[in-house]
Design a protein around this ligand. Structure first.
Ligand code: NDP
Length: 335
């Protein structure tokens, strides 16, 4: 395994670098702020495949004209519990900033509410949206499709996206439980990082272009990823397609695959987010009851709670050590 060179950079510098790049390539203040916050928070938490690593892809889509840097998302509350955001062909973070507070208020009033986002481009992790809800005492569930990169169970050709699903559960006395996972064996960003850094990926991650299993990330990028857990992960990926495209009216992954300009940025698609108020659904005991369960779970030897790694990373406000080649690539965008 080759030694990878890194450079020390503060969290504020990460934010400023991202902001300057997004502004240079046509984002207005609101969009650049929302995107830079997402990049900063990903690096702060150690979500390395969705921080600075994504900046060149965001820029590629601004440059190609596929994504609008001055998008003005439009929120509608068609029913008290159904909120739609038309993302105006911008990146998802600003559409989320606009829609999530309305979703939270609707769930607090009615017990459950749905936010559907369309005409937007998602290139980030999903935990920021579910965690936003959990920090307000709500349960959050979010999913989005992508473009074909994953072979459904039994197939050898790509049809599903990596189709992430995130869930967050609020806790009164501590950080929320949050899982956020691609429904493929690995997120494509992690395969690309492994290819960049010369690491193999675990057996079973994907197939090469010849349709044979491979642990070589370069081969998997040319071939396909597999769903996690065989037909079970494939079923969850199918659900994500139906919720985030069937229910929002935006692209299924296969539709995004036929219309995307392959500029290296994200395809156009929808996102579905569900917010539930545990207090209104379960009553006052919801927290005490679930905390007893979580305590038992956490006390089991070997168990770690999803979200814990990021929340621990977050306590460290010091500089981050960023892959130097990648950082140079992002800085070069300012020349
Ligand atoms: P990981 O496999 O790294 O992690 C998935 C989840 O499992 C995380 O919540 C993680 O928590 C938790 N976890 C990891 N290890 C353990 C463990 N030993 N015990 C308990 N929990 C554990 O994520 P993926 O590679 O699947 O996905 C990475 C990111 O890619 C996600 O944020 C996803 O949203 C994003 N993505 C975005 C797409 C898009 O189109 N926008 C497409 C596909 C993926 P923790 O955070 O604490 O480590």
């Amino acid at each position: 395994m080759s030694e990878v060179a890194t450079e020390k950079i503060s969290l504020q510098e990460i934010y400023d670098l991202a902001f300057d790049v997004f502004s240079k390539y046509g984002c207005n203040q609101d969009n650049a702020t929302a995107l830079s916050r997402i990049v900063h928070n990903a690096e702060r938490d150690g979500s390395l495949s969705h921080g600075l690593f994504r900046v060149p892809g965001y820029v590629a889509s601004l440059k190609s004209g596929k994504v609008k840097g001055e998008a003005e998302p439009n929120v509608k509350q068609n029913l008290p519990t159904i909120i739609s955001v038309d993302g105006d062909y911008g990146f998802a973070p600003y559409a989320l900033e606009v829609g999530l507070p309305v979703l939270a208020k609707a769930a607090e009033d009615s017990g459950i509410a749905i936010l559907k986002i369309s005409n937007s481009f998602h290139f980030a992790a999903l935990w920021p949206e579910t965690e936003f809800l959990a920090e307000k005492g709500l349960i959050g569930i979010a999913c989005t499709a992508a473009k074909p990169m994953v072979a459904p169970a039994g197939a050898k050709k790509a049809f599903f996206g990596t189709n992430p699903l995130s869930f967050a559960w609020p806790r009164k006395e501590s950080t929320p439980i949050v899982f956020d996972m691609a429904t493929s064996t690995l997120a494509m960003g992690d395969v690309q990082i492994a290819a960049r850094d010369g690491h193999a990926v675990p057996p079973g991650t994907g197939l090469g272009p010849d349709g044979n299993p491979s642990d070589d990330p370069q081969e998997i990028i040319k071939g396909v990823l597999l769903p996690f857990g065989g037909y079970k992960g494939s079923a969850i990926s199918l659900m994500v397609e139906l919720l985030s495209a069937g229910l929002t009216g935006d692209n299924f992954s296969y539709e995004a695959g036929t219309t995307d300009n392959n500029d290296g940025g994200p395809p156009k698609g929808g996102e579905l987010i569900i917010a539930i108020s545990p207090a209104l659904v379960a009553g006052n005991e919801w927290s005490t009851h679930s905390e007893m369960f979580l305590k038992k779970l956490k006390n089991m030897e070997g168990v770690r709670i999803p979200g814990e790694r990021r929340h621990k990373n977050r306590l460290d406000q010091g500089p981050r050590f960023i892959n130097k080649a990648m950082l140079d690539k992002v800085k070069k965008l300012l020349e």
